[in-house]
Design a protein around this ligand. Sequence first.
Ligand code: ZN
Length: 104
Amino acid sequence: MQEPFKCYICNKDIQSRKDLVVTNRAFSRFLTFHEDCYKKALRAGNLLGRPANSRTADIGLVIIWLAALAFFIYTRKLVLLLVLLGSPIYRFIVWYRFERPFKA
Ligand SMILES: [Zn+2]
């Protein structure tokens, strides 16, 4: 059994996947929050990074991916290939590390 994730704000266990917000800073350090704690902290003006596991983030990722694909076909710039390969891997890591452990 994996240790439950702790909320970065209140330091209590996060019990459900629906209550979990994952953010990251500069693609390096992941932070986990209760959804309510995250919202409160945001309202208080704390910069905690953007949620990586919300539906909005998923839609944003798809849009970025499609745009990168279109530009890649057009320009053949290799940096775009990195986005095309990197963004699904990044999303997979978030899912694998933080969402998969929750059974329900
Ligand atoms: Zn909390």
